[in-house]
Write a protein that binds this ligand. Structure first.
Ligand SMILES: [Zn+2]
Length: 142
């Protein structure tokens, strides 16, 4: 989840939008409530649509490394094709430029996808057992 940092949470109680920390993202991922850093209300992501969006981020955060490998592979293949005479120098440059352009577009799309603000609903105080679990999750992350 580290790559997905940049997601913001909006507290429904105090109406403040704040950057979510990795342990808070983890809490959301495992459907554990956590405290708002401003009003100390217990928050949870309750909207199913946003939960799906949040899960999809996991998938998107994986895209850039895979994309970098793919782009490098295409550039090398184009270079080799030029060496063995399959492509002209101009052809090789065209393929390389096209690939870098596609790479740039994908990165932009991924960055856009990650700009998510999740609406966190304030929920009732939790039993002690829940709070202990949150504390454990938090300690485990730091
Ligand atoms: Zn709050």
């Amino acid at each position: 989840m580290a790559a997905a940092i940049g997601i913001k949470g909006h507290c429904a109680h105090c109406d403040i939008t704040f950057e979510l920390k990795p342990w808070q993202l983890n809490a959301i991922a495992i459907h554990e409530p956590f405290e708002c850093p401003y009003c100390q209300h217990t928050l949870q992501l309750a909207c199913p649509r946003q939960q799906r969006q949040f899960k999809a981020l996991d998938h998107w955060s994986m895209a850039p490394p895979g994309m970098a490998v793919f782009t490098c592979a295409v550039l090398i293949v184009a270079l080799v094709a030029e060496w063995v005479g399959l492509l002209t120098v101009i052809g090789q440059l065209n393929v390389s430029l096209l690939m870098l352009w596609v790479h740039f577009l994908v990165l932009r799309y991924v960055r856009h996808k990650r700009r998510l603000i999740v609406n966190l609903q304030a929920i009732k105080r939790l039993p002690l057992e829940h709070l202990t679990r949150i504390a454990c999750a938090r300690l485990g992350q730091q």
